[in-house]
Design a protein around this ligand. Structure first.
Ligand SMILES: Cc1cc2nc3c(=O)[nH]c(=O)nc-3n(C[C@H](O)[C@H](O)[C@H](O)COP(=O)(O)OP(=O)(O)OC[C@H]3O[C@@H](n4cnc5c(N)ncnc54)[C@H](O)[C@@H]3O)c2cc1C
Length: 320
């Protein structure tokens, strides 16, 4: 048995479901603190923070966007386009926690071109890294011993002809360069760590992360306070399960009238394979084995043309 672990089921939730409460009676040694973050362990009550200068520099922009993934970058580009259309000066600022734009974007993806054609119609001339149109779709049900091909008809979600196989990280990097060209201020390597509110409770902007904090949550000699970015509009584009978004759900009860969110785990691998088995433009999806019938999931395999590797297929499994 895991040391000191007790699982007790009690309490009926609002919807009559059993609510499971995990009670851990751990020792510091066997289970070190999961987080020392100040949102969980307030610094005001921590003597190690006494006398540390907590003043933050403030900058005022028109729009601050948290997260420079496909959504954040597209929003920044569109806003700049609209500002130019209406001859308005607009400061738009994107903070992205990855060291470089696209650095946290791992998915090999099949990209539907409609939205991109609307956003940047001349993407080809601008050198968008879209090199592999889908030419062949395959879909199969796997059992432990067999592969049963399933038909894909036009109109079905699995029918990907006309879409592009991309390495999304490269694509997002390119979106970043387009945004920068339009004058968007992009700050990679900086995470938004706090939401700031006006006195009336509306969102005022964000604060970026402090640096120079030891693992135990104490300030190091190199401690430097983050900065505040105040904006007329703050867009949260952190991707799924963003930690600031979760705070907003709670504060503004954004989850009360909706279906519960479900999540999937995707495992991605890049394989270099025998050129004879490489078919650029082929997409393969499977359902079934190794998952049992009651588990939602499957796998995909995209044959990508890559500048460095001749072949970069990707495969993943989704579980919900
Ligand atoms: C394995 C896999 C395969 C996929 N395949 C496809 C596909 O074939 N076709 C398709 O259309 N979609 C696919 N998707 C989904 C697609 O990748 C997402 O829908 C898309 O990336 C969502 O974009 P986003 O900008 O909302 O979020 P994300 O791409 O998650 O970007 C969020 C960004 O915000 C940054 N960030 C988060 N929190 C903070 C913070 N506090 N401060 C600063 N920065 C922050 C992150 O570093 C990240 O760069 C796939 C996803 C996975 C995981």
């Amino acid at each position: 048995m895991v040391h000191g672990f007790v699982l007790r089921a009690f309490n009926r939730g609002q919807n009559g479901c059993l609510v499971f409460k995990r009670l851990y009676s751990w020792t510091e040694q066997s289970f070190p603190k999961i987080t020392t973050h100040y949102t969980v362990h307030p610094r005001e009550k921590d003597p190690r923070w006494e006398g540390v200068d907590m003043e933050r520099a403030v900058d005022e922009v028109d729009v601050v966007i948290v997260g420079g993934g496909p959504a954040g970058m597209s929003a920044a580009i569109r806003l700049k386009q609209l500002a130019a259309l209406h001859e308005k000066e607009m400061r738009i600022c994107v903070v992205e926690k990855a060291a470089e734009i696209g650095g946290h974007t791992l998915s090999g993806a099949c990209l539907e071109l409609g939205p991109l054609n609307e956003l940047i119609p001349d993407w080809k001339e601008r050198g968008a890294p879209l090199h592999t149109p889908v030419t062949e779709d395959k879909f199969a049900l796997l059992t432990e011993n067999y592969r049963i091909p399933l038909p894909i008809l036009p109109g079905m979600p699995m029918h990907n002809h006309g879409n592009m196989i991309v390495r999304l990280g490269h694509f997002v990097q390119w979106l970043g360069s387009q945004a920068e060209e339009l004058g968007v201020e992009i700050h990679p390597g900086i995470a938004a760590s706090e939401i700031l509110y006006h006195e009336d409770g509306s969102v005022k902007g964000i604060a970026t992360n402090d640096v120079g904090i030891a693992k135990d949550g104490s300030p190091k000699d190199t401690f430097a306070r983050g900065m505040e970015l105040h904006a007329k509009c703050t867009i949260f584009a952190e991707g799924c399960h963003g930690h600031l978004a979760k705070m907003l759900y709670k504060k503004f009860n954004l989850r009360t009238e909706c279906e519960p969110q479900t999540y999937a785990i995707g495992l991605k691998e890049l394989w270099e394979i025998d050129p004879a088995k490489h078919h650029p433009g082929r997409i393969e999806h499977t359902v079934g084995w190794p998952l049992e019938r009651t588990t939602y999931g499957g796998s995909f395999l995209y044959h990508v043309t890559d500048e460095r590797y001749e072949v970069v297929p990707t495969c993943g499994i989704y579980l919900a």
